[in-house]
Write a protein that binds this ligand. Structure first.
Ligand SMILES: C[S@@+](CC[C@H](N)C(=O)[O-])C[C@H]1O[C@@H](n2cnc3c(N)ncnc32)[C@H](O)[C@@H]1O
Ligand SMILES: [Zn+2]
Length: 280
């Protein structure tokens, strides 16, 4: 329920309790008078001031990701994340934070499977417009993961991070004791057949070790599993895939058009690692 999610939030300005006011539009407000109105699509922009210097995903990049995920190519991953999260979301009123929620597809799967309350955070308002439509029962917030999260200490049962930035200190602070952090990363060989054509970064060895190292101060590493999804993609789907990831910021329109024009289909394999960490 949205109320459980809102109870986990705190004012990003004064750290006070935030409450949801239902008027002509929904507003999150604290006792000190800081107020955040919902955008018409239903998300809240909690970033105040100058905003962030981070390069947020553009509307077109988000549209590409939405098309690709909505076609179900990665639904096997969404189901695996939902299954991994379900064990720690059994408490009535359980709350899951999806950090870098993007279009909200992974959070959707987690909420459907667990019935938990959701908080989706992303720096791109274009992504949040989609996420708010897909997960209207969640609190969808424009926020920068590198800043202190607008959540009270010990309020999340699970934090999920699917191909998004990680702030271990903040994830540890907002997780309850016994809570679980679930991180999805690509493995070497991820989409290898198309990465070369599409100017996508290839995944180096050693990423897994670096992930565990970066978490060590705050988390015990738990289990991890590999998931391989064989994909058969059309030209336009390959173009969407090239555009939706981090390389999308640099890819040229002509390159995308070339990829999209490829006839027939391209076979490749998405290779993921799903790592679970427990708060130490
Ligand atoms: C590769 S996408 C993954 C999105 C989604 N989890 C998925 O897998 O479809 C990375 C997401 O992280 C978001 N992001 C990048 N930097 C961020 C930051 N500093 N704070 C919050 N979100 C950020 C981007 O806007 C984008 O939606
Ligand atoms: Zn306040």
């Amino acid at each position: 329920m949205l109320s459980d999610a809102v109870a986990a939030l705190r004012c990003p300005v004064c750290q006070g309790v935030l409450q949801l006011r239902q008027g002509q539009q929904q507003t999150l407000a604290c006792e000190a008078g800081h107020q955040f109105d919902a955008a018409k699509q239903g998300y809240f922009n909690l970033l105040t001031g100058k905003g962030t210097v981070f390069e947020a995903d553009s509307a077109d990049m988000v549209a590409a990701r939405y098309r690709f995920l909505d076609a179900g190519h990665y639904s096997g991953l969404a189901q695996a994340v939902a299954a991994a999260a379900a064990g720690s979301l059994q408490r009535p009123g359980a709350v899951v934070l999806d950090a870098g929620t993007g279009t909200g597809h992974y959070l959707r799967a987690v909420l459907e499977r667990s019935g938990a309350s959701g908080i989706g955070v992303d720096i791109s308002k274009f992504a949040l417009r989609r996420a708010a439509r897909l997960n209207p029962e969640a609190a969808n917030l424009v926020w920068d993961i590198w800043r202190p999260l607008p959540m009270m200490d010990n309020t999340a049962d699970v934090v999920t991070v699917v191909f998004a930035p990680r702030n271990p200190a903040e994830f540890a602070r907002v997780l309850r004791p016994g809570g679980s952090l679930i991180v999805v990363t690509p493995r070497p060989g991820h989409l290898a057949e198309i990465a070369a054509r599409a100017g996508m970064l290839s995944i180096e060895d050693g990423k897994e070790e670096r992930l565990v190292d970066s978490m060590r101060e705050y988390f015990d590493s738990g289990t991890s599993q590999n998931l391989d999804l064989p994909l058969t993609l059309s030209g336009p789907e390959v173009a969407d895939l090239a555009y939706m990831g981090p390389a999308g910021h640099h890819v040229q329109r002509e390159e995308l058009a070339e990829l999209a024009a490829v006839e027939g289909s391209v076979a490749t394999t998405a290779k993921f690692r799903i790592s679970e960490f427990a708060v130490s």
